[in-house]
Design a protein around this ligand. Structure first.
Ligand code: HGY
Ligand code: MN
Ligand code: MN
Length: 409
């Protein structure tokens, strides 16, 4: 099987099987499924002649040494998925660059720089209310306080990492000196409909949107659904519903702002008991940081006023924020040339999804290669990228590496 697209599809199908039970792929960080995925990736990386190690942030690093003292070009993405996600989001960005290195090896091409392929542990921030630990460790921007954050079972990030055999206290020592890094290229399924509508297999990302998340706890008073009088009820779910509606209203009425509440838990969650507590998370995104920040501030004002008039307890805080991130012009130009050279239009588009590249940009120049996404569907088992498009991406990555090599000779 020499066709890189078919090989990519085969490897991604194997990786997709390393998941918790249920529809689609659920591969959360520092779990048995994460471990199994790293074992599979390690085998392919070693088979391609890379030295492989796992750093203390949980990033699997496959390294192909260049000449002594040569700088390093980084490529990669995240191994984790959302719950019931697809087989391509993140992990495609580890599999395709590896196939590109295998292609160069088969051609006998030796690059005049070192290449590292990175499989980051946790980009989605689904298990813990934080994300991007791996790229932030390399960029030296980790807030070590996140290690105390807990998952739904009360397991801290620190305990999960130690249980995975890592030493999280060593994270600050993982920061890379920017001087030795040429840049970072992330290949990722588009997760939207733009390339498909334009009839393009590949695209170049102009900028990655900013994002912020606000965990909210609404506290009311439970009671019998049939006997607790409506007068004076403090129903936590009614308050949460008002907050969900306000997130939607704010985003709908603000240009360039997207707002979502994708997580909500009700307690006691009994059909005949008035909800006493609801936990939910509001998320805002925008390519304009001021717009995003304004959305978050408006929600906090709304929550304070709602608490006053309803008698509900409403705890809201901004737990996570990431600024919008433009991609590097020179690297993006190389990507566009590589796409045009194989007959593509070299379409440029913004990313509404965030990525590891958002954090890597604090370390080095970053660029992103998007691959067409069927029906624009992602974060769902229906997520799909065509093997031919993935093969085109491998060809583009090879061309970028050869271009960088030519520039250094
Ligand atoms: O949420 C995002 O945009 C990314 O998939 N984590
Ligand atoms: Mn992703
Ligand atoms: Mn994702």
């Amino acid at each position: 099987m020499t066709d890189p697209g078919a090989r990519a599809a085969d490897r991604l199908a194997q990786l997709a099987g390393l998941s918790a039970p249920g529809p689609g792929v659920t591969r959360l960080p520092f779990t048995e499924h994460h471990r199994a995925a790293l074992d599979l990736l390690r085998g392919w990386m070693e088979g391609a002649g890379l030295q492989v190690r796992l750093d203390d942030a949980g990033t699997l690093i496959g390294r192909l040494d260049g000449p002594e003292g040569a700088p390093t070009f980084l490529m990669g993405s995240h191994q984790d998925s959302v719950r019931e996600g697809g087989a391509y989001d993140g992990i495609m960005g580890v599999v395709l660059p590896l196939l590109a290195l295998e292609r160069l090896r088969a051609e006998g091409v030796r690059l005049p720089f070192t290449v590292e392929i990175l499989a980051f542990a946790d980009e989605e921030g689904v298990r813990f209310p934080t994300a991007l630990l791996g790229p932030r460790a390399l960029a030296g921007t980790v807030d070590m306080g996140v290690l105390d954050m807990q998952d739904a079972d009360g397991v801290t990030l620190r305990a999960a990492m130690e249980g995975f055999g890592l030493h999280p206290d060593a994270i600050p020592g993982l920061a890379r000196p920017p001087a030795g890094i040429i840049g970072y290229l992330e290949t990722h399924i588009e997760q939207g409909p733009v390339l498909e509508r334009a009839g393009q297999a590949l695209g170049v990302v102009t900028a990655i949107c900013g994002i912020e998340r606000h965990p909210i706890t609404v506290t009311g008073q439970t009671g019998h659904a049939g006997t607790l009088p409506m007068e004076g009820r403090r129903d936590a779910l009614v308050g949460a519903a008002a907050l969900v509606a306000e997130v939607h209203r704010l985003a709908q009425s603000t240009d360039g702002l997207l707002g979502t509440v994708g997580y909500l838990e009700v307690a006691p969650n009994a059909v005949n008991a008035v909800p006493r507590e609801v936990r939910l998370t509001a998320e805002f995104r925008s390519a304009d940081d001021a717009v995003r920040d304004g959305g978050g501030a408006a929600l906090h004002r709304f929550a304070a006023a709602l608490a006053d008039r309803s008698g509900l307890g409403i705890d809201i805080r901004r737990s996570y924020a990431q600024p919008a991130q433009p991609c590097d012009a020179a690297l993006s130009d190389r990507l566009e040339t590589a796409i045009r050279d194989q007959g593509g239009a070299g379409l440029r588009l913004a990313s509404g999804a965030t990525h590891d590249a958002s954090a890597m940009a604090d370390l080095c120049p970053v660029a992103m290669l998007f691959v067409r996404c069927r029906d624009g569907l992602s974060h769902t088992p229906a997520e799909h990228a065509d093997p031919a498009d993935m093969g085109a991406a491998v060809t583009a990555i090879v061309a970028v590496l050869k271009g960088l090599a030519g520039a250094r000779r």
